[in-house]
Design a protein around this ligand. Structure first.
Ligand code: FES
Length: 103
């Protein structure tokens, strides 16, 4: 069974913004696109750079180190030099809180 943990209030993350957190020892990035929230592992699959400060345009985040792009809704790698998807995690909203499960 999934263990959801609170990472933020819905109002803590403006549209187009993100918040980094550690959930069960996993560094995660929770992103808001419009009114939808997504969670990816905060580690670029190219060479381990945190994606925390990467530019986010629509669904796409760009790694600040070498420019690989990922779809935050699926984790898919969209451009070189990354080939592997970043893991994605379940997000749910409950009583104004953003909850994430990495299990
Ligand atoms: S570490 Fe992210 S593109 Fe190289």
């Amino acid at each position: 069974m999934s263990e959801f943990q609170r990472v933020a209030s819905v109002d803590d993350i403006a549209p187009g913004e993100r918040i980094a957190a550690i959930v069960d020892d996993v560094p995660v990035l929770v992103l808001r696109v419009g009114d939808n929230y997504y969670c990816i592992e905060d580690v670029c699959t190219h060479d381990g750079q945190p994606l925390t400060d990467g530019p986010l345009e629509g669904n796409e985040i760009t790694c600040p180190r070498h420019g690989a792009r990922f779809d935050v809704t699926s984790g898919a790698a969209l451009s070189m030099p990354a080939f592997e998807a970043v893991p994605t995690y379940e997000v749910k909203i409950e009583d104004g809180a953003v909850l994430v499960s990495v299990t």
